[in-house]
Design a protein around this ligand. Sequence first.
Ligand SMILES: Nc1ncnc2c1ncn2[C@@H]1O[C@H](COP(=O)(O)OP(=O)(O)OP(=O)(O)O)[C@@H](O)[C@H]1O
Ligand SMILES: [Mg+2]
Length: 585
Amino acid sequence: MATKGHVSGIVANLVTVEVDGPVSQNEICFIDLEGVKLKAEVIKIQGARAFTQVFESTRGLKVGCPVEFTGHLLEVELGPGLLSQKFDGLQNDLEAMTGTFLKRGEYTPAFSHDTSWKFTPLVAKGARVRAGSWLGEVPESWIQHKIMAPFGLEGTWEVESVAKPGAYKANDIVAVLRNVAGQKMDVTLTQQWPVKIPIRAYEHKPVPYKLLETGVRLIDTLNPMVEGGTGFIPGPFGCGKTVLQHIIAANAQVDMVIICACGERANEVVELFKEFPELDDPRTGRKLMERTIIICNTSNMPVASREASVYTAMTIAEYYRQMGIKVLLLADSTSRWAQALREMSNRLEELPGPDAFPMDLPAVIANFYSRAGLVELEHDQTGSITFIGTVSPAGGNLREPVTESTKKVARCFYALAQKRADSKRYPAIDTIDSYSKYLEYDEVREYLREYLEPHWVEKVLFIRDILLRGKEAFDQINILGDDSVPLEYHVRFWKSELVDFGFLQQDAFDPVDKVTPLDRQRYMIDIIYGVCTAEFKFANFNEVAAYFKILINIVKQMNYTPFENEEFKRREDELQSALLERKKS
Ligand SMILES: Nc1ncnc2c1ncn2[C@@H]1O[C@H](COP(=O)(O)OP(=O)(O)OP(=O)(O)O)[C@@H](O)[C@H]1O
Ligand SMILES: [Mg+2]
């Protein structure tokens, strides 16, 4: 029999419940407010008292209201029909809601159970299967959506029967499995999975190594991301975190994108909803939304469902990864998620950690990031989740707990610098402080050498060095004055400006410049490398500045011109003659 209870205390959306039976951590219950059922999750248990976080406003709730426990953890429903959808943190379909806001106690199904899907079996009777084995597939938009053996299966099972090809609905049984003990299990087109438990129905989780092209030069060349990698974008207010994530979402070479808008302002999310469906997919020429899922909880929605939203997004990402798909998961912003954790922890009167965040914040963040990754599936298939989160540290202070905890686990650090954003150098990723740890992995280096060119890594390190030495020269010039430093300092500084203006800065709103394919990045790096390794003749520092401004201008024009067309070639010739003028032979 289901455990029951009644409300014994209310602090905002933390509700304590006296229970008459067993309950478990993270179990879902419904609090009955005069017929309206409010969904809540158990976050702490103390004897016969359960502390629950309510996913709704608790306005009007009274001590004594009855509560019913479900015996289930917070789960999502997985199946065909998720693609192109917009959900809230609890997987309510935001398009299906009545009016502007979901009414309290109103929960909508994640997807229609009435749609017919064209099922094709992938196994035959007698086949031996495990959790996650592909039993059949149905076309969902452009992907072959796999119908998989339930992720909770233990050991090997045998296919007792499988449906013939044909049209089936979500709840129709398409396969029956049986284990050695004779236990049977029906498989439909859908399954449920608890969001806080990772789906681990894969064979191995190797080190990711394949470069993930994003079209952003500052990322691909200087701080590369890999398929199944993790990264984060910390940045003060208004420095371009959201713009950067959206460029990556539109251009990264992945199969599908899941965007989790977590606790951002409602007007930004409205923009996301309006803009995203309009965007064309540069890879297929169709609409980007066809391979996107948006999960959104704005800052005016209850914090508890904000906490759930990142888990919901990750679980859906893991589901598609099991189908052998390359998923990109973006969360904006993980600081708002951490704030939700902080609010609940404070209401629970737990001993606070730094900045009043819960003590286990580093572990919570580490566990979450560790769910991303590349996985090997049955039959030599692979799938991946690349995860990039934004962090919005108050006042741009990178020493606060969320940034510090994230830095320990995310392999790429794309720090946005206020100064850079103020001088409109976009993307405002700090060219010195940012890094990709993947560049140090042997597996990644080997891949880059083979895929791009044998000396790629050395060239990238050389370019990084130019930036660093340019900054040092700039500081010296600032301290000592233009005249008091050797001319060479000016040359160093201007070489780094060429790298910055000519290569790293990229206009997100220019049709050509906004995305640079890797072969074009490699071509441009060779040009820049050529200039940076050359020695020049100058009489004074004014000549250095004037000359490099000409070079920078030509390279910038090249960036705005379609690759290798007539004008591009003309600009390149112009650059070569400018170089001949000054180069020491
Ligand atoms: N790559 C870019 N190219 C051109 N303009 C940009 C770029 N990135 C950011 N901007 C400009 O900066 C503005 C703010 O960017 P964005 O909204 O992404 O900041 P944010 O860091 O997400 O801010 P918040 O902290 O408020 O969420 C944009 O509206 C745009 O004008
Ligand atoms: Mg933003």
